[in-house]
Design a protein around this ligand. Structure first.
Ligand code: ADP
Length: 661
């Protein structure tokens, strides 16, 4: 007896989206079902090679597809591992695949946006691109069949000996039925269908009227050729094999055109753009393997990588051992896609112990080596193209500071924005920086900031501009991690501008065209000692919020800045650590002031008149908080806004008083 069940809420929601979506590229359900079949066949082949017992070993491993235009029917069948009743219950209808909630969240958001479009056509095209993107990223698997199906009947028999066949049936509208077929009554009269498969899974689809095209042979053939041509099992459409492709990575390189590589890449990644770079590798010693690797043009960001490294498909003698293997390449090459096939990997390797496998480690090292070499070649022969790569994949690539074996090569492959380039044009390498460094320069300087403007506004960079010293601009916090962790590049130290002692830059001459400090007469001896007293007063006002107040050698146009005492971290590193440790108090720093700035000269006069002057106190507070603000540390702007208000009031009052009477 068939039992009726309700789909899990999350799946009902997913089905609802799929059934009602305006998405036009519906043929991808064929790709999804064939891909499930191929997985089931991969699993069976794996079992076969491990020598386990299974049902009907004489039945060949293949995918069989039948079309019936008149009946509006499409059948996709495989002779793979099939499913037991429990597996059907668990896999179809109950468990939502990983990524489903992310998928749902995104679709609902994007659909709401699409719904705002005025006319149906633009709604459709908007939704198309949204769904394309989302389905491409998450894949919706089996359920995608309900974009086109009125009813789906899935009949399956597990490869495990003596398994009963199971039938699952649904119209995708909220419920499904499941029944275990009695082996004695399996002849097929019941249900009006054929006998259940001897092993594997058959999916019978009754198509909706508006989707009847998928019961037409040529239409299905076209979809298979577009999306499933590289499936490694025969796909027979109405008795005729339609896919032809053997394992491309095992074919001799000279026989493969760029178009076929691109086609394979698309098959593997669903990425519409051709790969940025293709590496077809075959190695015999110390371990044998063939590999076909791609660097995609589309960038992978760190968040996506952290959620799901796409990984490499690992084969042993053409048998898939693991899809999306994450342990083969280091994380910083996580954007690389492709296939690795080795004769030296034991077939019965357990997926759990892959990580510790020595052969795999060797293959991984060799691939890392080859990928780095290829990047080096591109960087050397076509720097602009390398910049393109770096702009797309740099966020992930920067994680390479942890690859101790390849540190030097990694450091040379890094690229940066800097004071000496512009963001649109070329990036700067550490080698290039070094080559054009000033005579006597022993360090590579860098500053962190969210943008070019922010980096350039950082008061710490003023002295570098004045001296014409190049400063790397780091917009991504990871860049600073990378540089801090490298510590050195050849004999050059890597130094945050905040940590540079201005005195150490004295020997570099200032440029004539540099921003000149506002002209101020030199201080008399008496004023100099009074200025020192002012500094003490400032320290007293700020109390333990700063470790010291001192005269700055680095400032030109800014009145003050916060500096890191020697041996401490730069402000952006501290910020990262504060986020990690959930700390809230800002780190204590040195307040440096520009003695030649008109503001400071004014304060000196106020101080001379009355050390307890209220305005003096407010200005010092404000100078400090402005510096905090510039560094992104200001926690509560309320006090600051109130203070600015009072300063403005007073300034306006004075301005009015100074009006000609
Ligand atoms: P995914 O394939 O990404 O896991 P699906 O929703 O497409 O998600 O399928 C869910 C599960 O159902 C699969 O992981 C697999 O265990 C099982 N399954 C689907 N199709 C088949 C099939 N043709 N043969 C055997 N098992 C299948």
């Amino acid at each position: 007896m068939a039992k009726k069940h309700k789909f899990k809420a999350e799946i009902r929601q997913l089905l609802d989206i799929l059934v009602h979506s305006l998405y036009t590229n519906r043929e991808i359900f064929i790709r999804e079902l064939i891909s499930n079949s191929s997985d089931a066949l991969d699993k069976l082949r794996f079992e076969q090679l491990r020598g386990g017992a299974f049902t009907k070993p004489e039945v060949p491993l293949e995918i069989l597809i039948h079309t019936d235009e008149e009946a509006r029917r499409l059948v996709i069948e495989d002779t793979g591992v099939g499913m037991t009743a429990k597996e059907v219950k668990d896999n179809i209808g109950t468990i939502a695949r990983s990524g489903t909630s992310a998928f749902l969240g995104q679709v609902t958001k994007e659909q709401a946006k699409a719904a705002k479009a005025d006319d149906k056509e633009s709604r459709e095209s908007h939704e198309d691109s949204v769904m394309e993107n989302i389905i491409g990223k998450f894949g919706v698997g089996f359920y995608s069949v309900f974009m086109v199906a009125e009813e789906v009947v899935l009949t399956t028999r597990s490869y495990k000996p003596d398994s009963a066949a199971v039938r699952w049936r649904s119209d995708g509208l909220g419920t499904y039925e499941i029944e275990e077929l009695d082996p004695k009554e399996e002849s097929g009269e019941e249900g009006g269908g054929d006998a259940p498969p001897a092993r594997g899974t058959r999916i019978e689809i009754r198509l909706k009227e508006e989707n009847k095209e998928y019961a037409s042979r040529w239409r299905v053939e076209q979809a298979i050729k577009t999306h499933s041509n590289f499936i490694s099992f025969p796909i027979k459409l109405d008795g005729q094999q339609v896919n032809t492709t053997p394992a491309l990575w095992r074919e001799p390189k000279f026989k493969i055109t760029p178009e076929r590589y691109a086609e394979f890449f698309k098959f593997l990644t669903f990425d519409e753009k051709p790969p940025f770079e293709t590496l077809h590798i075959s190695v015999d010693t110390p371990v044998q393997f063939n590999a076909l690797l791609f660097i995609p043009e589309s960038g992978l960001d760190l968040q996506t990588l952290r959620r799901e490294v796409p990984g490499i498909d690992l084969y042993s003698r053409r048998v898939l051992i693991q899809r999306g293997t994450k342990d083969l390449l280091p994380e910083y090459l996580g954007f690389v896609r492709g296939v690795v096939d080795s004769e030296d990997l034991p077939l019965n390797i357990s997926r759990e112990t892959l990580q510790e496998n020595l052969v795999l480690n060797k293959i991984g090292q060799s691939l890392t080596d080859k990928l780095l070499s290829r990047l080096e070649t591109i960087a050397k022969n076509d720097p602009a193209r390398y910049d393109e790569f770096f702009k797309a994949q740099g966020q992930v690539f920067r994680l390479g500071y942890s690859d101790f074996r390849n540190r030097e090569r990694y450091a040379k492959l890094l690229r940066f924005n800097s004071s000496h380039c512009d963001d649109e044009k070329g990036l700067v390498s550490l080698t290039e920086y070094k080559e054009r460094a000033k005579e006597g320069q022993k360090a590579i300087y860098f500053v962190a900031g969210q943008s070019r403007a922010a980096a350039a506004l950082n008061p710490h960079t003023e002295i570098f501009r004045r001296k014409g010293l190049e400063v790397l601009y780091l917009y991504d916090p990871l860049e600073e991690f990378a540089l801090e962790s490298l510590g050195k590049f050849d004999d050059f130290e890597l130094l945050s501008v905040e940590k540079v002692d201005a005195a150490s830059l004295e020997s570099f001459e200032s440029r004539d065209d540099a921003e000149s400090p506002p002209a101020q007469p030199a201080l008399s001896e008496e004023d100099t000692s009074r200025f020192n007293a002012l500094l003490e007063k400032m320290k007293a006002i700020l109390d333990d919020r700063v470790t010291e107040v001192r005269v700055s050698e680095r400032l030109s146009t800014s009145p003050a800045c916060l500096a890191s005492p020697d041996g401490t971290m730069s402000s952006s590193m501290q910020k990262i650590l504060r986020i990690v440790n959930q700390e809230t108090s800002p780190p204590k720093r040195v307040l440096e002031v520009n003695r030649d700035h008109p503001l400071l000269r004014g304060l000196l006069k106020l101080y001379q008149h009355d050390p307890e002057d209220r305005h003096l106190k407010e200005v010092v507070e404000q100078l400090f908080e402005s510096s905090l603000l510039l560094e992104g540390y200001l926690e509560d702007p309320h006090a600051m806004v109130a203070r600015i208000q009072s300063l403005l009031e007073r300034a306006t009052e004075w301005q009015v008083e100074a009006l000609p009477k």
